[in-house]
Ligand binder design. Structure first.
Ligand SMILES: [Zn+2]
Length: 214
């Protein structure tokens, strides 16, 4: 394990990074911002003064910290995510359970992606690739049409829309952009094609954003 590796993989972007398993002895930091790592976390020194004036650091030819790096007030423990990143190359602070948890998490993500693909295919088929708003069918080859599916309440944070037909609408790329930018309102009456029901919650959510975007 090296400081520069941790600096890089955790995107800390310090100009000087040093690692010591027990956090009690280091060479001196000479470029700032600098970072010191031990097996469980790190301390960032934004400026040389932060380093030189720290009362816990015993700065001589080398650096000694009697009670270890973690005794510093601004010591930051690695997050679970950071430990996962570090574990990619084997790290002795490793939690073996993470491997199993990771596998379960990845399988779950794959399941969600497949489910999403299924729903997207279903709704495109339901509308025969025709835009529900303007009835455009984009021809992309012999008897081949293109459409897009818009999630009315976006998936993921901070919107947390659900991945279900009632939150989806089949549209052409033009209408899709307009929906994404909340440039048009959305209501059942304006839909030229209606073979499924969009939830009123999704519609209200869109229109609220539409009013704010005006
Ligand atoms: Zn359209």
């Amino acid at each position: 394990m090296t400081g520069s590796y941790l600096n890089k993989i955790l995107s800390i972007n310090a100009r000087h990074a040093l690692y010591r398993h027990d956090g009690k002895w280091y060479h001196n930091l000479t470029r700032f911002p600098g970072v010191l790592f031990d097996k469980n976390g790190y301390v960032i020194f934004h400026k040389r003064d932060d380093y030189i004036n720290n009362p816990i650091l015993q700065i001589k030819k080398d650096l000694h910290i009697t009670d270890g790096l973690e005794s510093l007030a601004n010591y930051v423990k690695f997050t679970k995510r950071e430990i996962e990143l570090i574990n990619g190359v084997g790290f002795d602070g490793e939690d073996k359970n993470d491997t199993k948890e990771n596998t379960i998490r990845v399988l779950r993500e794959i399941e969600i992606i497949l489910r999403k693909k299924n729903l997207v295919a279903r709704i495109k088929k339901l509308y025969n690739n025709t835009c529900q708003i303007c009835e455009t069918k984009v021809l992309i080859g012999k008897n081949k049409y293109y459409s897009e599916v818009h999630h009315v309440i976006a998936l993921g944070k901070p919107h947390n829309g659900i991945d279900a037909l009632e939150n989806m609408i089949c549209v052409c790329p033009n209408c899709h952009i307009e929906l994404d930018f909340k440039a048009i309102p959305l209501n059942e009456n304006m839909l030229k094609l209606k073979h499924h029901t969009i939830s009123s919650k999704s519609i209200d959510y869109h229109n609220k954003a539409y009013l704010l975007a005006e």
